[in-house]
Write a protein of this length. Sequence first.
Lengths: 780, 230
Amino acid sequence: MIRAGITSRLAVRAVLVAFALGSAAWLGCLDYAAKISTSVLELIPPGEQTREVLVMRSLAEGPQAQVLLFALADRDAPQRSLGALATAFADELRRSPAIAEAVALGVPAADEALGRALFEHRLRWLLPAWLARMHREYNGGPGNEAGFPAWMAERAAADLERFLARPEAVGMQELLSRDPLLLLPTLAHEGEKMLPLGGSGREGLIWARMRGSPFSEEGQSPVFAAIEQARVAAGIDREGLELKWTGLNRFAAASRARIESEVRWLNLFSLVAVVLCSLVFVRRILQLLHLVPVMLLSLLGAWTVTTLVFERTHILVFVLGSVLGGVAIDYGFYLFMQSDAYEGEPYGRKLRRLLPSLLASCLTTTLGFLLLLFSDLPLIRQLGVFVAAGLLCALGAAMLYFAQLERPRLEARCFPPPPGFLRSRRGRNLCRALAACAAAVALAGPWFVTWRDDIRQLDLPADDLRANDAAVRSLFGDQADGSVFLTAAPSLAEARRKLEEFHAWIANGGDRSRGVSLGLIVPTEQAVKALRGHLASLEAFPAEFRQALGRKGMTPDYFQPFLEDWRQMLGQAAEGDYQALVAEIDQKLSGPFALLANLRSSPYWFLTKTAARGPAAPPAELGTIGLDQLGSLNELFRRYRWSALWLSLAGLGLVIASVFCIYPSRRGLRIALIPASSCFLIFGAFGIAGQQLNLFHLLGAFLGICLSHNYAIFSAETSATASSPPVPVRLSAVSTAASFGVLAFSGIPVVSALGLTVSLIVLTALVVIEAETFAGPGRP
Amino acid sequence: MNTIQRSAPRAPAARPLALLLAAAAVLASAQPPVGEGAEQGFVRIEPARDADWRALFAGLASPGNRQAKFEERRYFPFRRDPVVLSGEIRISPGRGLSLSYLAPARNVVIVDGKGLLLRNEVGEEREAPPDDRIRTAASTLARLLQVDLAALGQDFEIHGRREGSTWSLLLRPRQEALAGIVGRIGLAGEGTAMRRITMGRSAAQRIEIEITDARDGLLFTADTLRQFFR
């Protein structure tokens, strides 16, 4: 081959260097903290309006995500009193600007403040719901000839009498002169029945909230440092205590660190796998170093274009895109390993000869990936651009790089022909039998495929952190056997009304465990509005109540403070603004109580906790979802999977249509069938093996089809002459399968799914290409 | 994605009952302290020094398991007649004290080193918060029923009266804060059997516990321990 002229070589080199420098300069100027996202929430479209996503965003961006839970323990002396040390630790935490609040639980001051507020405002906050319940029971029962006031007076006096025999009556008797309706004791009983304390009390437990977001640097390193400083300053280590703690920032930081580590080792092992494969096919291994600039320029281009196009890019794009090297190297192999058509063939002529195949392969694949731009999911859009840009850059870099080499030729090893048995009649029959089996699997197997989408598969499972989290939360009273539900709505009044309906649904559910929520404190808008009407109909209640108390052997005069409060309430104006009333309650909620509801901005929500695990998802009209349901976003991702499936099929159609435009129909059919049959065979095998598939198996299949499509194009010439496929095709397929095979060992489930799928499809396509040389009809 | 799941709020760490007990205690502390009235015939005693009383206290404090029946009468200032509850007391050294209410409703109240635990008839448990006031009341009750007068003597002035084999003790809190929590305590018995405990701030607001059928040195089965202790 005649090398290119010096001037043109320099020009080409200048173009490559300029591209590399320009890209490096752009990437060097980026603010990666702002540009690269690690939050899984950013994998979901910003415009997504489903209830699950809105609530999840509200949780992740609200104070709930900023909570830190700490537990002190003395293993040598479990009974040791830790209240003072917990208080000291909380005090030290509060000194840090990274911590917004910190309280040692079991210290009565904070509890007393809310207890006092509840007591003072019991008639405004608790009475509306109590009266509404009395009305419901009166209307639902046999009634009373004396009317509602007398019935209610008798009922309240009887409840009071029963209460006096309960264990807590002695401790609460001081409240009764002002609360004979038992508004607070009932609240305590209902609330506590469902939320028994875990462990042996709250001493040694510290609740804190940080200022920054747990997903940002502000909520990680400074907070970790503050905790360490507080630990030392409070003498936790000196006292020989164990400090366990949990918070979202621990998960976020660990996730980021593990993903970064994954990127490193995936790239390294991918490279090692490619080199090892190349050793099998290439004579002079050092010449392979010429492929490194091609791969690097491809990755550089992919990074540059993706970061130019998108304001923020998710880190998973780079994890998944790290295997682009395995794809990008294909063009290098094909150009670098091609023999000259004749002795001294100029590079330009050789390039023109190979260009149709290269362009057909690259442009159709690029087109297919660019179709992913129409996906709803930002991650898939970004991945589409990353791979498409990477492929174009790989082709351009390969064409230019080899143009400036003096002797761009990579010598391949000679392989012995396939065993004679394979070319015999028996061998061909065996191959055909295997092909028939494969066809059966490819046609029947996909019908057995089951799908399971779970957004948690996008993250690295952190079993150690999860176990620690469960242990700490159990000390704070979180029960593993309970269920947690969120009732959400755009308006506060609607959210509270739906909560009421959800609780009614729970209560009517037979063996379902009753739930507890802040709805015990926050009345419904309906109950607040009805209060005036109820009170107006209860004009006779004070007198009736006095008489009922007397009949129960009680001294009515003792309850004069309550009757006076009642009289004053009658004279007050009706609550005009429900939102303001709830805001007043919200102001009194602090610390852990503030996390039980979002009363400040839409979507408003209430948490309900049941002591036993809920049996089923509540009906959609209740506006309530279980946290498990929220955690997986299964339904949402099922929708995205279908969207991705249609896009992939459209992309595939486009690729096939392009092939038929470029190649004659028979050759086009072969090129279309090889990737499609490989894909169906692998999905069939997954279906029969019972492997559950997800969105990323689908993406892997799309990528695998595009790669197989390349090999089918590159081997079209040899297939027509019934000779063995070119070495570059073999090397490309094997190295791609190896590099994606490395991904199959990733700790991130979706990356593993993608790697496994691509690797298997590519290997299957190679086997089909190899087999067609001797198994086809009329072949020798 | 587990990070998102973790962001979901969980059960509150503070409990409504804790708040209410705290609120009740705050209100209670606004009540006038215990009166200083001296009862006739009572003399101040020092359990460690007075030989006559020391022998009685040694007899009262059984080192083994103890079980008895009790009837509790709760006097409220707004009710003419007391509320009457009945049940069984069990004391097991090392495990604490268990009050098993049988009527009018079944409940178990356990007082031990970990604090105070309420267990209802279906086995649901509620633990009182580690509030100093509740802890003080619980530990005082435990020491009373174990007749640990040496420990009680640190917090109470002890006054006693004897008539033949019958005896009465009056425990007057040394600190006003303690008086605000448990009020004045009276004990009465015959020989080495305790018959009656009274606690309260006034005649209208008190608890009387009559103890009968006391048996010492019992062997509690594993079932009994599981049912009545923690």
